[in-house]
Design a protein around this ligand. Structure first.
Ligand code: GFB
Length: 334
């Protein structure tokens, strides 16, 4: 009897310490129209959270400090998912480094500081696997951060994301806040950016295959040599991991989120061709950059907390393609 009571007390203490979000908690999802933010909102609503605060970019410019302060003072969110960011694929990153650095630094400074000033209980900051050095050992452990040089094509974005996670660490240390940083691997899924010049590789190749199939084109062009390795996580799995960490992780150290598996870009093209049903050939445009040769995340830490991804690449690609078709994304094109 005494033992049972003790177990119960320990369990209750644990829950109190971890402090899972109540279903009526006021939760601000910054960036709710994007790939990650929209997946978070879908998941929160499915789980019964019904007090979600959202603002579009035209309603609230997160680069404007006064506007962000006013918003936090008025809304007083209890929890924040910081999924707003200027993001893009390898070409966009290498062509607009100033925008990637400025916008992301401004968003992080404004939102993280306002969250501290307005007593946010817990904030989850989303970074990216490109924060790690270009040539670090694989799989990449969290403590390889800042151990050597970054990949050139996305250095500006990576520096901004490193600043964001360091801000969270500094506020936790100085002010006792509970701001956690997660580093997801390359993401894909519904509501991604499908613009061929600014998107990441999966949406670009889905679009190229669907268009080529419709138009009867015999070939598609793929950037780079096809030899770099990438790891891909379906965005609904990321949302699942973020909720899991928000509710159950009471530490503040950086955590990687991935699948533990990677493949070459050439293998990815075959998987996408198969999922779309496109039978044409592939031409590699080696005038385009390859980027980092490999960035497979170590997910030991997340696994040890009890989380694993559940969507295979094949399933995730099928679901993303089905979403494109439902939204009639490329119907107008020739
Ligand atoms: O997804 P992606 O643009 O980003 O490119 P990164 C991944 C790989 O796919 C590169 C090749 O080797 C590209 O050359 N690739 C092949 C293509 N065809 C295409 C195509 O049509 N479009 C695109 N975009 N790539 C980004 C960073 O790096 O990863 C960001 O720039 C961010 O900062 C993101 O961290 C997760 O994986 O190279």
């Amino acid at each position: 009897m005494f033992l049972k009571k003790r177990i119960w007390v320990v369990l209750m203490m644990h829950v109190a310490l971890v402090g899972a979000m109540k279903k009526d908690a006021k939760i601000y999802v910054a960036g709710h129209t994007g790939l990650v933010g929209s997946a978070l909102v879908r998941r929160l609503k499915n789980d019964g959270y019904h007090n979600i605060v959202m603002r579009t970019q035209s309603e609230l410019d997160l680069c404007n400090q006064a506007a962000v302060n006013q918003f936090f003072q008025k809304e007083k969110p209890e929890y924040v998912f910081l999924a707003a960011a200027k993001v893009g694929g390898i070409l966009a990153n290498s062509q607009a480094p100033a925008s990637f650095l400025y916008d992301n630094l401004a968003i992080e400074l404004n939102v993280i500081h306002a969250a501290y000033q307005n007593g946010v209980k817990k904030l989850l900051f989303l970074g990216s696997s490109c924060i790690y050095p270009r040539n670090c050992p694989q799989p990449i452990k969290e403590d390889y951060l800042l151990s050597s040089e970054l990949e050139q094509t996305n250095e500006a974005y990576a520096v901004a994301k490193i600043a964001g996670l360091k801000l969270c660490e500094a506020y936790n240390r100085q002010y006792g806040t509970r701001f956690i940083s997660v580093m997801p691997t390359n993401l894909y899924g519904p509501h991604d950016n499908f613009d061929l010049n600014t998107s990441h590789v999966i949406p670009a190749l889905i679009r190229k295959c669907i268009q080529a199939q419709k138009n009867g084109d015999p070939k598609i062009t793929v950037w780079g040599t096809g030899t770099p390795y990438r790891e891909f996580l379906y965005v609904d799995d990321l949302a699942d991991a973020c909720l899991f960490l928000m509710n159950e992780y009471d530490g503040t150290a950086l955590i990687n989120i991935g699948t533990g598996k990677d493949l070459t870009i050439a293998q990815l093209v075959h998987a996408i061709k198969k999922a779309v049903g496109y039978k044409g050939t592939i031409v590699f445009d080696t005038s385009k950059p390859d980027g980092t040769p490999r960035k497979l995340l170590s997910i030991e830490k997340l696994r040890s907390l009890g989380w694993n991804a559940s969507t295979t690449l094949e399933q995730g690609l099928q679901q993303t393609i089905a979403w494109c078709q439902k939204e009639a994304l490329f119907n107008e094109e020739q």
